[in-house]
Design a protein around this ligand. Sequence first.
Ligand SMILES: NC(=O)C1=CN([C@@H]2O[C@H](COP(=O)(O)OP(=O)(O)OC[C@H]3O[C@@H](n4cnc5c(N)ncnc54)[C@H](OP(=O)(O)O)[C@@H]3O)[C@@H](O)[C@H]2O)C=CC1
Ligand SMILES: O=C(O)[C@@H]1CCC=N1
Length: 264
Amino acid sequence: MIAIIGAGRMGEALLAGILNTGHDPADVLVTEARRERAEELRERYGVASVPAARAAARADTLVLAIKPQDMVAALNEIAASLPADRLVISVAAGITTTVLEKHLAAETAVVRAMPNTPALVGQGMTALAAGTHASEEHLARAEALLRPVGEVLRVPERHMDAVTALSGSGPAYFYLVAEAMIEAGVLMGLPRPTAERLVAQTAVGSAAMLRDSGEHPALLREAVTSPGGTTAAALRELERRGLRSALTDAVEAARRRSRELSEG
Ligand SMILES: NC(=O)C1=CN([C@@H]2O[C@H](COP(=O)(O)OP(=O)(O)OC[C@H]3O[C@@H](n4cnc5c(N)ncnc54)[C@H](OP(=O)(O)O)[C@@H]3O)[C@@H](O)[C@H]2O)C=CC1
Ligand SMILES: O=C(O)[C@@H]1CCC=N1
C-alpha cells in the first residue's frame, strides 16, 4: 500500500499519475486534513483519506508531499506509528535526508526525490537520492513507483538543489514563456484559442525534438534561423534583452532558495 501525505498540487499530480498507470485506488491512501479537499480526492480518484499516523501504520511506502515548512511537524506526527521496515520518500524542496532521518526512528529507509508536475500526464522528470539507510532495493522500489509517471534519474544528494532549480521548478519557466508568447499572439490580433494552440503544439514539438533528436539545442535553434529571416530578428531581440542571463540568474535564485529551505 502507498500513502501520499499531503495531496496538494504535487501530491495530486503523483496520485493521478500513479493511478493512471494501473494502481488500484484501494491500495492508495492520502492524508488531507481539509474535509472538502479529502472529499474532492475521493470523488475524483476513489482514494480514501486517513490521518497521517494511520497512513504511516498501514502503508509500505509513504510519499511526503507537504511543504518544506510543514515537514518537521508532519515527521513528528508519523514517527511513532511508522514501523521500521517502511520506505519514506520525500519530495520536499530543500529537505535533506539528514533532516528526514533525524526526525524518524533510527535506520528508517529514506529517499529524497524531486519530481515535477508533468508527472500528472506521465511526462514527469524525477531525480532520486538515497538516505543513509536506503538500500539498492529501496531505491529500486522508489524508482518502480515513479518510473510510470515519467523519467527517473539517480543523482548524488549534493546535486538536489540544482536539480530542484532546473527540473523541479523548470515547468514554471516554460509556462511563463508560453504565456508571454500567447499574449504576444493576441496583441498581434490572433484569436486567443488560435494563439494557445499554436504555442502549445510548438512547445510539444520543440520538446520532442530536444529530447529525441540527440542534437544540441544550439543546432536545433540554428535550423530554425534562416539567413536574414524572422527568427534571427527575434533572437537578436531576446539576446539584447538578456534572456540567457535572466534564465541563469533565475535558476541560481531557485537553487539558493532550495538551500535556504534546508536551513529551516
Ligand atoms: N508543485 C511542484 O511543482 C513541486 C513541488 N514539490 C514539493 O512538493 C511539496 C508540496 O508542494 P505543493 O504541492 O506545490 O504545495 P501545496 O501547498 O499545493 O500542497 C501541500 C499539501 O500538504 C498538505 N499538508 C500540510 N501539512 C500537512 C500534514 N501535516 N499532513 C498532511 N498534509 C499536510 C496541505 O494541506 P492544506 O492545504 O490543507 O494545508 C496541502 O494539501 C513541497 O515540499 C514542494 O517542495 C516538489 C517538486 C515539484
Ligand atoms: O516552488 C517550489 O518550491 C517547488 C519545488 C520545485 C517546484 N515547486
